[in-house]
Design a protein around this ligand. Structure first.
Ligand code: FES
Length: 77
């Protein structure tokens, strides 16, 4: 399911990012761009992240996307 339409970020990508240590909304914003355009996805992204953490996943130590070469998506022109 697409969570952030503006940046084409899915719930799966959010969980993958959490597995890499991007387990806060600010990390998702900074590294994936979640919520950086219209902001309508913030609530859903928070829910995906919270449910994933509550399931015991996505607890890796924090690292940046730059250190793991996680590509940031950009909107097509
Ligand atoms: S849907 Fe995520 S910023 Fe617009």
């Amino acid at each position: 399911m697409i969570v952030c339409v503006c940046n084409n970020i899915s719930d799966r990508e959010i969980r993958q990012a959490a597995d890499l240590g991007l387990n806060t909304m600010s990390a998702l914003r900074d590294d994936l761009g979640v919520g950086t355009c219209c902001g309508k996805c913030k609530s859903c992204a928070k829910t995906v992240l919270k449910e994933y953490r509550n399931a015991g996943a996505g607890q890796a130590p924090a690292m940046t996307a730059k250190s793991v070469a996680f590509p940031r998506r950009t909107q097509a022109a």
